[in-house]
Design a protein. Structure first.
Ligand SMILES: O=C(O)CC1=CCC(=O)O1
Length: 258
């Protein structure tokens, strides 16, 4: 059993937020701040990230979904609204397929359901680099995929500061846990499970996301029965770059479920 590090704030229906590869629960600071007057917001660090310990050996996206399932069951309040971005969005897909009784709705942001051979080779190259030299050598490339140039350069509204904080989080992620998470991401095969997802689903794309381009979000939405698709003018970490707009999409989606 993985002991997940969590932060729970706010009041109202329970919302669980699941972060991206190489991030931690602070990735959700802006979205949590926007939601917590009307929702109880539970954030957690995925295994080997932030303050959640790493596990020995390889694991899969199903294991990350089972971690989330255990966390939700431990709350004892029934099904939740589950929101994941990138690796967190993959966790959301696997969770809804494996544990449908635990999710009232899911949101899948800036994510993918599967990778082709070329993309898997790219992931393997990243794993090899990180195993050999640690995470810092891949940080510049990751930050370029995560954020638009304007956000990275923004000294006025805090963009550059958010980028610097997430660089620190990324570079502090230990090499072997990061590589294990990359392998879990590279191995996803979520299409079959997605066809069985029965809960309300919102898919969010970033129109400038080069890590998981909008076509990947479209493919997820096409596969999940009844899924809605929305888009934000952002790169990969849309929830960091556009937290208020991201939170507005969530609240509009949840309001439509009542
Ligand atoms: O390349 C990255 O770091 C962005 C990413 C794509 C899928 C994922 O989990 O992270």
């Amino acid at each position: 059993m993985t002991q997940l590090h969590t932060v729970k704030q706010g009041q109202g229906p329970l919302v669980v937020l699941s972060h991206a590869l190489g991030c931690d629960l602070t990735m959700w600071d802006g979205v949590a701040a926007a939601l917590q007057e009307r929702y109880t917001v539970l954030r957690y660090d995925q295994r080997g990230h932030g303050q959640t310990p790493a596990t020995e050996g390889a694991y899969s996206m199903d294991d990350l979904a089972d971690d989330a399932a255990e966390l939700i069951r431990a709350q004892g309040v029934g099904p939740v609204h589950f929101v994941g971005l990138s690796m967190g969005g993959m966790t959301a897909q696997a969770l809804a397929a494996r544990h449908p009784e635990l999710v009232r709705s899911i949101v899948i942001a800036n994510s993918a359901a599967s990778y082709d051979a070329a993309a898997r080779a790219m992931w393997q190259a990243r794993i090899d680099t990180v195993r050999l030299n640690g995470v810092p050598p891949i940080a510049d490339g990751a930050l370029q995929r995560w954020f638009t140039p304007e956000f990275r350069a923004d000294q006025v509204n805090g963009g550059a500061e958010r980028v610097a904080k997430l660089r620190t989080v990324l570079e502090a992620t230990p090499a072997l846990p990061y590589a294990a998470a990359c392998a879990a991401v590279a191995g996803i095969a979520l299409d079959e499970g997605n066809a069985r997802i029965a809960c309300p689903t919102l898919v969010i794309a970033g129109s400038r996301d080069e890590a998981t381009p909008p076509a990947m979000s479209q493919a997820i939405a096409d596969r999940i029965p009844g899924a809605q698709l929305a888009s934000l003018d952002a790169a990969h970490l849309s929830a960091v770059e556009q937290p208020e707009a991201f939170a507005q999409l969530l609240e509009g989606f949840w309001a439509g479920l009542r």
